[in-house]
Write a protein that binds this ligand. Structure first.
Ligand code: PGA
Length: 248
């Protein structure tokens, strides 16, 4: 695992964007696994800036997103499709038909999950998978549990995840209770994983993911088995690793 220790959120965002941009420059038709949430927002801003400056093109890039809330329409302002459009896709030259986000409104969610996995397999898995991490160690919406789930699946969101995401909704009751999430199999199938974290509230999840035993109780810990992980985090998120002498 390569660890980039950055000063703050802005520096973390810029470094994460550099890793993504390097992938796009190196392989113009790369397949990006993308993530939503507050963590990647700054990195997407950098990518949009660099695109506008003519430094990058997404013309031949294809993307698959990690997850989507079950029951939210693509144009709902808290859906992850909406997030991707407004934070990245609407501002760069990626072809709309080359972007995939699980369909939160699919009448048959299980069939949608199976199709999503089949699509990822047909692409030969992603070249670079961007990940944030939940305070509870979740990656995508793979919540802590008794086992790792390989396939894309419907998840019951953890109460702590609903609490964490309530800030984006008018009330806690408005937060969807379920989501469709890429499974651990597709994440681990990525040729490279870019794990990003910012803030003290992520320090424990980062520490448990990097330094503690691999357990489905902390889904991020499975990344210890991936041969090509880049962790980009700010000092606050790395504080427990720094204290343990791991990220110096
Ligand atoms: P955040 O979420 O980027 O909004 O902190 C990350 C996650 O829950 O995976």
């Amino acid at each position: 695992m390569i660890i980039y220790r950055e000063k703050d959120y802005d520096a973390m965002s810029r470094r994460a964007a550099q890793v993504i941009a390097a992938e796009v420059v190196h392989k113009a038709n790369c397949i990006l696994g993308l993530a939503t949430g507050s963590t990647p927002e700054g990195a997407y801003k950098c990518l949009v800036d660099w695109y506008k400056q003519g430094l990058l093109s997404f013309k031949d890039v294809r993307s698959v997103n990690l997850d989507e809330y079950k029951g939210l329409a693509p144009d709902h302002d808290q859906s992850y499709r909406y997030f991707m459009q407004s934070n990245l896709f609407d501002h760069v030259d990626i072809c709309p038909e080359n972007t995939r986000v699980p369909d939160g409104l699919a009448a048959d969610s299980d069939a949608e999950c199976a199709q999503y996995d089949a699509y990822i397999r047909s692409l030969g898995y992603v070249d670079l998978q961007l990940l944030g991490i939940g305070r509870n160690g979740h990656i995508g919406f793979n919540e802590p549990g008794d086992c790792f789930i390989k396939e894309t699946h419907v998840v019951d969101l953890a109460e702590s995840t609903i609490d964490a995401n309530a800030r984006f909704f008018a009330t806690r009751d408005d937060v969807p209770k379920q989501a469709l999430s890429m499974g651990i199999g597709a994440i681990m199938g990525a040729k490279k994983v870019l794990l990003c974290a910012s803030g003290e509230e992520k320090a424990d999840a980062v520490y448990r993911s990097v330094c503690r035993p691999i357990t489905p109780n902390c889904p991020g810990s499975i990344l210890q088995l991936h041969p090509n992980v880049v962790l980009v985090a700010d000092e606050a998120a790395l504080s427990k690793l720094i204290a343990a002498g791991v990220a110096l």
